[in-house]
Design a binder for this molecule. Structure first.
Ligand SMILES: Cc1cc2nc3c(=O)[nH]c(=O)nc-3n(C[C@H](O)[C@H](O)[C@H](O)COP(=O)(O)OP(=O)(O)OC[C@H]3O[C@@H](n4cnc5c(N)ncnc54)[C@H](O)[C@@H]3O)c2cc1C
Length: 474
Protein backbone atom coordinates (compact mmCIF):
# COMPACT_ATOMS: atom_id res chain seq x y z
CA UNK A 1 0.00 0.00 0.00
CA UNK A 2 1.48 3.39 -0.99
CA UNK A 3 2.27 5.69 1.94
CA UNK A 4 0.98 8.68 -0.05
CA UNK A 5 -1.50 8.95 -2.91
CA UNK A 6 -1.37 12.27 -4.74
CA UNK A 7 -4.46 13.21 -6.78
CA UNK A 8 -3.27 15.33 -9.71
CA UNK A 9 0.07 15.35 -11.51
CA UNK A 10 0.30 19.11 -12.09
CA UNK A 11 2.82 21.53 -10.66
CA UNK A 12 1.98 21.00 -6.98
CA UNK A 13 1.49 17.23 -7.36
CA UNK A 14 4.87 16.79 -9.05
CA UNK A 15 6.67 18.76 -6.34
CA UNK A 16 4.89 16.71 -3.64
CA UNK A 17 5.77 13.43 -5.39
CA UNK A 18 9.47 14.29 -5.69
CA UNK A 19 9.58 15.44 -2.07
CA UNK A 20 7.84 12.25 -0.92
CA UNK A 21 10.32 10.01 -2.71
CA UNK A 22 13.25 12.06 -1.42
CA UNK A 23 11.86 11.50 2.08
CA UNK A 24 11.71 7.75 1.40
CA UNK A 25 7.91 7.51 1.14
CA UNK A 26 6.27 5.22 -1.41
CA UNK A 27 4.04 7.32 -3.60
CA UNK A 28 1.48 7.02 -6.39
CA UNK A 29 0.24 9.93 -8.49
CA UNK A 30 -3.27 9.65 -9.97
CA UNK A 31 -3.59 11.88 -13.04
CA UNK A 32 -6.85 12.10 -14.95
CA UNK A 33 -5.25 13.55 -18.08
CA UNK A 34 -3.03 11.90 -20.67
CA UNK A 35 -0.16 14.25 -19.88
CA UNK A 36 1.47 15.62 -16.75
CA UNK A 37 2.03 19.16 -15.52
CA UNK A 38 -1.53 20.53 -15.68
CA UNK A 39 -1.63 24.31 -15.94
CA UNK A 40 1.92 24.28 -14.61
CA UNK A 41 2.84 23.85 -18.30
CA UNK A 42 1.75 27.47 -18.94
CA UNK A 43 3.25 29.12 -15.89
CA UNK A 44 5.61 31.97 -16.69
CA UNK A 45 7.04 32.41 -13.24
CA UNK A 46 7.08 31.53 -9.56
CA UNK A 47 6.99 33.80 -6.52
CA UNK A 48 9.93 33.84 -4.15
CA UNK A 49 11.36 36.12 -1.47
CA UNK A 50 15.09 36.00 -0.64
CA UNK A 51 15.95 33.33 -3.18
CA UNK A 52 19.58 32.87 -4.24
CA UNK A 53 18.65 34.49 -7.57
CA UNK A 54 17.28 37.58 -5.82
CA UNK A 55 20.34 37.78 -3.60
CA UNK A 56 22.56 37.68 -6.72
CA UNK A 57 20.41 40.41 -8.33
CA UNK A 58 20.62 42.57 -5.19
CA UNK A 59 16.83 42.43 -4.66
CA UNK A 60 15.81 42.83 -1.03
CA UNK A 61 12.22 42.73 0.20
CA UNK A 62 10.93 43.82 3.59
CA UNK A 63 8.91 40.73 4.55
CA UNK A 64 6.80 42.50 7.17
CA UNK A 65 5.84 45.29 4.76
CA UNK A 66 5.07 42.72 2.08
CA UNK A 67 2.84 40.76 4.48
CA UNK A 68 1.00 43.90 5.62
CA UNK A 69 0.60 45.07 2.03
CA UNK A 70 -0.96 41.78 0.92
CA UNK A 71 -3.23 41.59 3.98
CA UNK A 72 -4.46 45.10 3.24
CA UNK A 73 -4.98 44.24 -0.44
CA UNK A 74 -7.16 41.29 0.63
CA UNK A 75 -9.00 43.37 3.27
CA UNK A 76 -7.58 40.89 5.76
CA UNK A 77 -9.60 38.08 4.19
CA UNK A 78 -6.29 36.30 3.55
CA UNK A 79 -4.97 34.24 6.44
CA UNK A 80 -1.94 36.02 7.95
CA UNK A 81 -0.23 32.81 9.23
CA UNK A 82 -0.58 31.10 5.82
CA UNK A 83 0.67 34.16 3.93
CA UNK A 84 3.58 34.64 6.32
CA UNK A 85 4.51 30.97 6.01
CA UNK A 86 4.49 31.24 2.20
CA UNK A 87 6.58 34.43 2.21
CA UNK A 88 9.08 32.97 4.69
CA UNK A 89 9.58 29.72 2.75
CA UNK A 90 9.16 30.92 -0.83
CA UNK A 91 12.82 31.75 -1.38
CA UNK A 92 14.04 28.33 -0.25
CA UNK A 93 11.33 26.78 -2.46
CA UNK A 94 12.80 28.54 -5.51
CA UNK A 95 16.26 27.34 -4.49
CA UNK A 96 14.89 23.79 -4.12
CA UNK A 97 13.35 23.95 -7.61
CA UNK A 98 16.71 25.13 -8.95
CA UNK A 99 18.41 22.23 -7.14
CA UNK A 100 16.07 19.80 -8.95
CA UNK A 101 17.35 21.23 -12.26
CA UNK A 102 14.61 23.81 -12.98
CA UNK A 103 16.14 26.79 -14.82
CA UNK A 104 15.14 30.42 -14.25
CA UNK A 105 15.66 33.21 -16.78
CA UNK A 106 15.09 36.30 -14.65
CA UNK A 107 13.57 37.69 -11.47
CA UNK A 108 11.74 40.97 -10.91
CA UNK A 109 8.33 42.68 -10.78
CA UNK A 110 5.31 42.21 -13.06
CA UNK A 111 3.62 45.52 -13.74
CA UNK A 112 3.32 47.48 -10.49
CA UNK A 113 4.20 44.70 -8.10
CA UNK A 114 6.73 43.33 -5.67
CA UNK A 115 9.83 41.95 -7.47
CA UNK A 116 8.95 38.33 -6.68
CA UNK A 117 8.38 36.59 -9.99
CA UNK A 118 11.11 34.15 -11.01
CA UNK A 119 10.50 33.51 -14.72
CA UNK A 120 11.15 29.95 -15.89
CA UNK A 121 13.73 29.65 -18.68
CA UNK A 122 11.81 27.96 -21.50
CA UNK A 123 8.46 28.55 -19.75
CA UNK A 124 6.34 26.16 -17.69
CA UNK A 125 6.77 23.31 -20.19
CA UNK A 126 10.50 23.21 -19.55
CA UNK A 127 10.05 23.31 -15.77
CA UNK A 128 7.41 20.55 -15.88
CA UNK A 129 9.61 18.36 -18.11
CA UNK A 130 12.45 18.69 -15.59
CA UNK A 131 10.20 17.82 -12.65
CA UNK A 132 8.63 14.84 -14.46
CA UNK A 133 12.08 13.46 -15.33
CA UNK A 134 13.18 13.89 -11.72
CA UNK A 135 10.05 12.18 -10.39
CA UNK A 136 10.48 9.22 -12.75
CA UNK A 137 14.16 8.94 -11.82
CA UNK A 138 13.12 8.73 -8.14
CA UNK A 139 10.61 5.98 -8.86
CA UNK A 140 7.32 7.85 -8.55
CA UNK A 141 4.48 5.70 -9.94
CA UNK A 142 2.07 7.56 -12.25
CA UNK A 143 -1.44 6.24 -13.02
CA UNK A 144 -2.40 8.18 -16.15
CA UNK A 145 -5.90 8.75 -17.59
CA UNK A 146 -7.21 7.83 -14.17
CA UNK A 147 -9.54 10.03 -12.17
CA UNK A 148 -10.37 9.86 -8.51
CA UNK A 149 -14.02 9.17 -7.81
CA UNK A 150 -14.19 8.97 -4.07
CA UNK A 151 -12.19 9.28 -0.87
CA UNK A 152 -12.65 6.14 1.24
CA UNK A 153 -13.02 6.45 4.99
CA UNK A 154 -13.10 3.84 7.72
CA UNK A 155 -14.49 4.87 11.11
CA UNK A 156 -13.93 8.54 10.24
CA UNK A 157 -10.35 7.98 9.13
CA UNK A 158 -9.16 8.22 5.56
CA UNK A 159 -8.39 4.73 4.31
CA UNK A 160 -7.93 5.07 0.55
CA UNK A 161 -9.28 6.27 -2.75
CA UNK A 162 -11.51 4.86 -5.44
CA UNK A 163 -10.19 5.62 -8.91
CA UNK A 164 -11.53 5.07 -12.41
CA UNK A 165 -9.64 4.40 -15.62
CA UNK A 166 -10.98 7.12 -17.95
CA UNK A 167 -10.57 4.87 -21.01
CA UNK A 168 -12.08 1.59 -19.80
CA UNK A 169 -14.35 2.90 -17.03
CA UNK A 170 -12.90 0.27 -14.70
CA UNK A 171 -12.81 1.28 -11.03
CA UNK A 172 -10.16 0.25 -8.48
CA UNK A 173 -9.65 0.91 -4.78
CA UNK A 174 -6.21 1.95 -3.54
CA UNK A 175 -5.63 1.71 0.20
CA UNK A 176 -3.49 4.42 1.81
CA UNK A 177 -3.29 6.48 5.00
CA UNK A 178 -2.43 9.76 3.28
CA UNK A 179 -4.07 11.49 0.33
CA UNK A 180 -2.92 14.82 -1.09
CA UNK A 181 -5.45 16.68 -3.23
CA UNK A 182 -3.67 18.55 -6.03
CA UNK A 183 -6.34 18.87 -8.71
CA UNK A 184 -5.77 22.51 -9.72
CA UNK A 185 -8.92 24.32 -8.53
CA UNK A 186 -12.18 24.89 -10.39
CA UNK A 187 -11.63 27.33 -13.25
CA UNK A 188 -13.01 24.80 -15.76
CA UNK A 189 -16.22 24.20 -13.81
CA UNK A 190 -18.72 26.79 -15.16
CA UNK A 191 -21.28 26.04 -12.44
CA UNK A 192 -18.82 26.81 -9.66
CA UNK A 193 -17.36 29.83 -11.51
CA UNK A 194 -20.84 31.24 -12.02
CA UNK A 195 -21.23 31.40 -8.24
CA UNK A 196 -18.37 33.94 -8.22
CA UNK A 197 -19.61 36.37 -10.84
CA UNK A 198 -22.95 37.17 -12.45
CA UNK A 199 -21.36 37.99 -15.83
CA UNK A 200 -19.58 34.70 -16.38
CA UNK A 201 -20.50 34.46 -20.08
CA UNK A 202 -17.74 36.97 -20.84
CA UNK A 203 -15.25 35.10 -18.69
CA UNK A 204 -13.06 32.69 -20.60
CA UNK A 205 -10.90 30.00 -19.03
CA UNK A 206 -7.39 29.89 -20.46
CA UNK A 207 -6.61 26.71 -18.51
CA UNK A 208 -6.13 23.24 -20.02
CA UNK A 209 -9.75 22.29 -19.27
CA UNK A 210 -8.99 19.78 -16.50
CA UNK A 211 -9.37 22.02 -13.43
CA UNK A 212 -12.96 21.07 -12.75
CA UNK A 213 -13.01 21.44 -8.97
CA UNK A 214 -12.66 17.69 -8.31
CA UNK A 215 -10.43 18.05 -5.25
CA UNK A 216 -12.79 20.30 -3.35
CA UNK A 217 -15.80 18.18 -4.25
CA UNK A 218 -14.07 14.98 -3.13
CA UNK A 219 -13.13 16.68 0.13
CA UNK A 220 -16.61 18.16 0.68
CA UNK A 221 -18.11 14.68 0.26
CA UNK A 222 -15.68 13.46 2.94
CA UNK A 223 -16.77 16.16 5.41
CA UNK A 224 -14.47 19.08 4.60
CA UNK A 225 -15.53 22.64 5.36
CA UNK A 226 -17.01 24.57 2.42
CA UNK A 227 -14.77 27.56 2.70
CA UNK A 228 -15.17 30.86 0.88
CA UNK A 229 -14.56 30.11 -2.76
CA UNK A 230 -11.69 32.54 -2.99
CA UNK A 231 -10.73 34.44 -6.07
CA UNK A 232 -10.73 34.00 -9.81
CA UNK A 233 -7.34 34.87 -11.26
CA UNK A 234 -8.27 37.21 -14.08
CA UNK A 235 -5.73 37.54 -16.84
CA UNK A 236 -6.96 41.10 -17.55
CA UNK A 237 -8.64 41.87 -20.86
CA UNK A 238 -8.62 39.24 -23.58
CA UNK A 239 -9.97 39.00 -27.11
CA UNK A 240 -13.60 37.85 -26.86
CA UNK A 241 -14.02 35.78 -30.00
CA UNK A 242 -17.20 33.73 -30.38
CA UNK A 243 -15.53 31.80 -33.24
CA UNK A 244 -12.30 30.53 -31.62
CA UNK A 245 -11.28 29.21 -28.17
CA UNK A 246 -9.26 31.72 -26.07
CA UNK A 247 -5.96 29.84 -26.30
CA UNK A 248 -5.93 30.47 -30.08
CA UNK A 249 -5.38 34.16 -29.30
CA UNK A 250 -2.80 33.71 -26.57
CA UNK A 251 0.11 34.87 -28.73
CA UNK A 252 -1.93 37.44 -30.67
CA UNK A 253 -0.35 40.88 -31.08
CA UNK A 254 -3.85 42.29 -31.64
CA UNK A 255 -4.58 41.03 -28.13
CA UNK A 256 -1.47 42.75 -26.74
CA UNK A 257 -2.37 46.04 -28.47
CA UNK A 258 -5.97 45.89 -27.27
CA UNK A 259 -5.33 44.83 -23.67
CA UNK A 260 -1.79 45.82 -22.66
CA UNK A 261 -1.12 49.18 -24.29
CA UNK A 262 -3.53 51.29 -22.20
CA UNK A 263 -5.33 52.47 -25.35
CA UNK A 264 -8.94 53.66 -25.27
CA UNK A 265 -11.56 51.25 -23.92
CA UNK A 266 -15.31 51.87 -24.24
CA UNK A 267 -18.41 50.03 -23.11
CA UNK A 268 -21.68 48.87 -24.70
CA UNK A 269 -22.85 52.43 -25.40
CA UNK A 270 -19.44 53.78 -26.39
CA UNK A 271 -18.63 55.45 -23.06
CA UNK A 272 -15.15 55.33 -21.57
CA UNK A 273 -15.29 53.72 -18.10
CA UNK A 274 -11.81 53.41 -16.54
CA UNK A 275 -8.18 54.56 -16.65
CA UNK A 276 -6.93 51.92 -19.07
CA UNK A 277 -3.51 51.69 -17.39
CA UNK A 278 -5.41 49.70 -14.74
CA UNK A 279 -3.97 46.76 -16.69
CA UNK A 280 -0.91 47.06 -14.45
CA UNK A 281 -3.00 44.84 -12.21
CA UNK A 282 -4.70 42.29 -14.45
CA UNK A 283 -7.27 41.38 -11.79
CA UNK A 284 -8.29 45.01 -11.34
CA UNK A 285 -8.54 45.28 -15.14
CA UNK A 286 -10.72 42.16 -15.17
CA UNK A 287 -13.02 43.60 -12.52
CA UNK A 288 -13.35 46.89 -14.46
CA UNK A 289 -14.11 45.09 -17.74
CA UNK A 290 -16.64 42.76 -16.15
CA UNK A 291 -18.49 45.75 -14.71
CA UNK A 292 -19.68 46.60 -18.23
CA UNK A 293 -22.04 44.60 -20.43
CA UNK A 294 -19.78 44.79 -23.52
CA UNK A 295 -16.28 46.22 -23.89
CA UNK A 296 -14.14 47.31 -26.84
CA UNK A 297 -10.60 48.58 -27.39
CA UNK A 298 -10.59 51.37 -29.98
CA UNK A 299 -7.49 52.44 -31.92
CA UNK A 300 -6.52 54.08 -35.18
CA UNK A 301 -4.10 53.67 -38.07
CA UNK A 302 -1.46 55.79 -36.33
CA UNK A 303 -1.50 53.46 -33.31
CA UNK A 304 -0.99 50.46 -35.59
CA UNK A 305 1.95 52.20 -37.27
CA UNK A 306 3.50 53.27 -33.97
CA UNK A 307 3.13 49.92 -32.22
CA UNK A 308 4.40 47.93 -35.19
CA UNK A 309 7.37 50.12 -36.13
CA UNK A 310 8.33 52.58 -33.39
CA UNK A 311 7.67 50.72 -30.15
CA UNK A 312 5.19 49.96 -27.41
CA UNK A 313 3.36 52.72 -25.57
CA UNK A 314 3.63 50.66 -22.42
CA UNK A 315 5.81 47.67 -21.50
CA UNK A 316 3.71 44.53 -21.28
CA UNK A 317 3.03 44.34 -17.56
CA UNK A 318 1.35 40.96 -17.42
CA UNK A 319 4.35 39.08 -18.67
CA UNK A 320 7.96 39.00 -17.56
CA UNK A 321 8.80 39.12 -21.27
CA UNK A 322 7.86 42.32 -23.13
CA UNK A 323 8.42 42.59 -26.90
CA UNK A 324 9.98 45.77 -28.38
CA UNK A 325 7.38 46.28 -31.11
CA UNK A 326 4.26 44.52 -32.36
CA UNK A 327 5.67 43.90 -35.83
CA UNK A 328 3.01 41.30 -36.74
CA UNK A 329 0.10 43.59 -35.84
CA UNK A 330 -0.67 44.89 -39.39
CA UNK A 331 -0.62 41.36 -40.86
CA UNK A 332 -2.74 39.93 -38.05
CA UNK A 333 -5.32 42.70 -38.52
CA UNK A 334 -5.42 42.11 -42.27
CA UNK A 335 -5.77 38.36 -41.97
CA UNK A 336 -8.41 38.35 -39.21
CA UNK A 337 -10.45 40.97 -41.09
CA UNK A 338 -10.21 38.87 -44.25
CA UNK A 339 -11.43 35.88 -42.22
CA UNK A 340 -14.40 37.97 -40.95
CA UNK A 341 -13.53 37.26 -37.34
CA UNK A 342 -16.44 38.64 -35.38
CA UNK A 343 -14.37 40.11 -32.55
CA UNK A 344 -12.67 42.60 -34.89
CA UNK A 345 -14.20 45.58 -36.70
CA UNK A 346 -12.67 48.18 -39.01
CA UNK A 347 -14.15 51.33 -40.56
CA UNK A 348 -12.83 54.39 -42.33
CA UNK A 349 -14.76 56.73 -40.03
CA UNK A 350 -15.66 56.62 -36.36
CA UNK A 351 -19.30 57.21 -37.30
CA UNK A 352 -19.35 54.02 -39.37
CA UNK A 353 -17.56 52.06 -36.64
CA UNK A 354 -20.10 53.31 -34.08
CA UNK A 355 -22.95 52.27 -36.35
CA UNK A 356 -21.48 48.81 -37.01
CA UNK A 357 -21.12 48.10 -33.28
CA UNK A 358 -24.20 49.97 -32.02
CA UNK A 359 -22.18 52.36 -29.86
CA UNK A 360 -24.29 55.55 -29.78
CA UNK A 361 -21.83 57.59 -27.66
CA UNK A 362 -18.60 56.53 -29.36
CA UNK A 363 -18.06 59.60 -31.53
CA UNK A 364 -18.58 62.02 -28.63
CA UNK A 365 -16.48 59.89 -26.28
CA UNK A 366 -13.56 59.87 -28.70
CA UNK A 367 -13.81 63.65 -29.25
CA UNK A 368 -13.77 64.21 -25.48
CA UNK A 369 -10.91 61.74 -25.04
CA UNK A 370 -8.86 63.44 -27.77
CA UNK A 371 -9.31 66.80 -25.99
CA UNK A 372 -7.85 65.26 -22.84
CA UNK A 373 -5.01 63.75 -24.86
CA UNK A 374 -4.25 67.20 -26.33
CA UNK A 375 -4.29 68.73 -22.84
CA UNK A 376 -2.07 65.89 -21.55
CA UNK A 377 -4.34 65.23 -18.57
CA UNK A 378 -6.94 62.50 -18.08
CA UNK A 379 -9.25 64.61 -15.94
CA UNK A 380 -11.88 61.84 -16.01
CA UNK A 381 -10.03 58.82 -14.67
CA UNK A 382 -6.39 59.83 -14.18
CA UNK A 383 -4.63 57.58 -16.69
CA UNK A 384 -0.90 58.45 -16.78
CA UNK A 385 -0.27 61.11 -19.43
CA UNK A 386 2.35 58.89 -21.12
CA UNK A 387 -0.50 56.62 -22.24
CA UNK A 388 -2.79 59.33 -23.57
CA UNK A 389 -2.62 58.55 -27.28
CA UNK A 390 -5.14 60.09 -29.69
CA UNK A 391 -7.69 58.25 -31.83
CA UNK A 392 -7.76 60.46 -34.92
CA UNK A 393 -6.54 58.92 -38.15
CA UNK A 394 -8.66 56.35 -39.94
CA UNK A 395 -9.05 53.57 -40.56
CA UNK A 396 -10.31 52.86 -37.06
CA UNK A 397 -10.35 49.45 -35.36
CA UNK A 398 -12.44 47.94 -32.54
CA UNK A 399 -11.51 44.74 -30.71
CA UNK A 400 -14.22 43.12 -28.57
CA UNK A 401 -12.87 42.32 -25.12
CA UNK A 402 -13.77 39.74 -22.52
CA UNK A 403 -11.77 38.59 -19.53
CA UNK A 404 -9.45 35.60 -19.38
CA UNK A 405 -9.23 33.48 -16.24
CA UNK A 406 -6.05 31.54 -15.47
CA UNK A 407 -7.30 29.80 -12.37
CA UNK A 408 -9.95 29.71 -9.67
CA UNK A 409 -8.82 28.96 -6.17
CA UNK A 410 -10.45 28.29 -2.83
CA UNK A 411 -13.25 26.09 -1.60
CA UNK A 412 -11.33 24.37 1.19
CA UNK A 413 -9.84 25.47 4.47
CA UNK A 414 -6.46 24.08 5.49
CA UNK A 415 -4.18 24.43 8.49
CA UNK A 416 -0.53 25.46 8.17
CA UNK A 417 0.42 21.80 7.46
CA UNK A 418 -1.96 21.80 4.47
CA UNK A 419 -4.27 19.40 6.31
CA UNK A 420 -7.89 19.82 5.15
CA UNK A 421 -10.19 21.04 7.91
CA UNK A 422 -13.68 19.76 8.65
CA UNK A 423 -16.74 21.93 9.27
CA UNK A 424 -15.61 22.46 12.89
CA UNK A 425 -12.12 23.58 11.89
CA UNK A 426 -10.31 20.33 12.79
CA UNK A 427 -8.10 18.29 10.42
CA UNK A 428 -9.62 15.36 8.56
CA UNK A 429 -6.96 12.76 9.45
CA UNK A 430 -4.76 11.89 6.47
CA UNK A 431 -6.26 14.39 4.01
CA UNK A 432 -4.16 17.25 2.62
CA UNK A 433 -4.74 19.85 -0.09
CA UNK A 434 -2.08 21.74 -2.03
CA UNK A 435 -1.77 24.13 -4.98
CA UNK A 436 -4.92 25.80 -6.28
CA UNK A 437 -7.10 23.38 -4.26
CA UNK A 438 -5.80 25.05 -1.08
CA UNK A 439 -4.75 28.53 -2.21
CA UNK A 440 -8.02 30.27 -1.27
CA UNK A 441 -6.50 30.88 2.16
CA UNK A 442 -4.04 33.34 0.62
CA UNK A 443 -6.37 35.85 -1.00
CA UNK A 444 -9.58 37.79 -0.56
CA UNK A 445 -12.06 38.38 -3.34
CA UNK A 446 -9.41 39.68 -5.77
CA UNK A 447 -6.40 37.61 -6.63
CA UNK A 448 -3.10 39.11 -5.47
CA UNK A 449 -1.16 39.79 -8.66
CA UNK A 450 0.65 42.35 -6.52
CA UNK A 451 2.66 39.33 -5.38
CA UNK A 452 3.32 37.88 -8.83
CA UNK A 453 3.89 34.16 -9.25
CA UNK A 454 2.16 33.44 -5.95
CA UNK A 455 -0.10 30.63 -7.24
CA UNK A 456 2.84 28.72 -8.66
CA UNK A 457 4.94 29.66 -5.63
CA UNK A 458 2.26 28.29 -3.34
CA UNK A 459 1.86 25.17 -5.51
CA UNK A 460 5.54 24.37 -5.07
CA UNK A 461 5.74 25.40 -1.40
CA UNK A 462 2.57 23.57 -0.38
CA UNK A 463 3.60 20.35 -2.14
CA UNK A 464 6.71 20.25 0.02
CA UNK A 465 4.87 21.40 3.15
CA UNK A 466 2.19 18.69 3.03
CA UNK A 467 4.78 15.94 2.61
CA UNK A 468 6.82 17.35 5.52
CA UNK A 469 3.70 17.00 7.69
CA UNK A 470 3.14 13.40 6.54
CA UNK A 471 6.78 12.56 7.34
CA UNK A 472 6.42 14.17 10.77
CA UNK A 473 3.24 12.19 11.52
CA UNK A 474 4.78 8.85 10.46
C1 LIG B 1 -2.27 30.15 -19.00
C2 LIG B 1 -1.92 30.11 -17.53
C3 LIG B 1 -0.81 30.80 -17.08
C4 LIG B 1 -0.48 30.80 -15.73
N1 LIG B 1 0.63 31.48 -15.34
C5 LIG B 1 0.95 31.52 -14.03
C6 LIG B 1 2.14 32.21 -13.61
O1 LIG B 1 2.92 32.72 -14.41
N2 LIG B 1 2.39 32.25 -12.28
C7 LIG B 1 1.55 31.68 -11.35
O2 LIG B 1 1.82 31.79 -10.16
N3 LIG B 1 0.47 30.99 -11.73
C8 LIG B 1 0.14 30.89 -13.03
N4 LIG B 1 -0.97 30.17 -13.44
C9 LIG B 1 -1.79 29.50 -12.43
C10 LIG B 1 -1.53 27.96 -12.38
O3 LIG B 1 -2.79 27.36 -12.34
C11 LIG B 1 -0.79 27.54 -11.12
O4 LIG B 1 0.30 28.32 -10.80
C12 LIG B 1 -0.34 26.06 -11.09
O5 LIG B 1 -0.52 25.36 -12.27
C13 LIG B 1 -1.14 25.42 -9.98
O6 LIG B 1 -0.70 24.14 -9.77
P1 LIG B 1 -1.73 22.99 -9.34
O7 LIG B 1 -0.91 21.77 -9.11
O8 LIG B 1 -2.62 23.46 -8.29
O9 LIG B 1 -2.66 22.80 -10.64
P2 LIG B 1 -2.28 22.19 -12.06
O10 LIG B 1 -0.87 22.49 -12.38
O11 LIG B 1 -3.30 22.66 -13.04
O12 LIG B 1 -2.43 20.62 -11.87
C14 LIG B 1 -3.67 20.00 -11.58
C15 LIG B 1 -3.63 18.57 -12.11
O13 LIG B 1 -4.67 17.81 -11.51
C16 LIG B 1 -5.24 16.95 -12.50
N5 LIG B 1 -6.59 16.55 -12.05
C17 LIG B 1 -7.70 17.33 -11.96
N6 LIG B 1 -8.74 16.61 -11.47
C18 LIG B 1 -8.27 15.35 -11.24
C19 LIG B 1 -8.87 14.15 -10.74
N7 LIG B 1 -10.17 14.07 -10.36
N8 LIG B 1 -8.12 13.04 -10.64
C20 LIG B 1 -6.80 13.07 -11.03
N9 LIG B 1 -6.18 14.17 -11.53
C21 LIG B 1 -6.90 15.31 -11.61
C22 LIG B 1 -5.22 17.82 -13.75
O14 LIG B 1 -5.36 17.05 -14.91
C23 LIG B 1 -3.85 18.50 -13.62
O15 LIG B 1 -2.82 17.75 -14.21
C24 LIG B 1 -1.30 30.11 -14.80
C25 LIG B 1 -2.40 29.39 -15.26
C26 LIG B 1 -2.72 29.39 -16.61
C27 LIG B 1 -3.91 28.62 -17.09
Amino acid sequence: MPEVVIIGGGLSGLVAAITARQAGLSCVVIEKGRSLGGDGNYVEGVMGVDSRLQQQAGITIDRTRLLQDELNYSHYEASAPHLKQLIDHSGETIDWLADQGVKFASVGPQGKSWPTIHAFAGGGHAAVATLVAKARQLGVEFCMSTSTQKLLQTAGHLSGVEVMNEVTGQTTKIATDNVILATGGYVDNPELVKKQTPLSDRLMSVSDGKSTGDGMQLAWAAGAMHDSMGALQFGGGAIFDPMLPPFMHMTSEIGVAATQEAILWVNQVGDRFVNEDVNDNMCHAGNALLGQARTFAIFDAEAVKHLSTVGLYKAVGNSPFSPDTLSKLPDELASDLAAHRKYLAKADSLETLAEQLHLPNLVDSVAHYNQQVAAGVDADFGKASAYLTPVKDGPFYAVTLGVGMACAIGGLRIDTHNAVLNAHGYPLPGLYAIGNDAAGMLVGDTYAVTLPGSTAGFAAFSGRNAVAAIVQNK
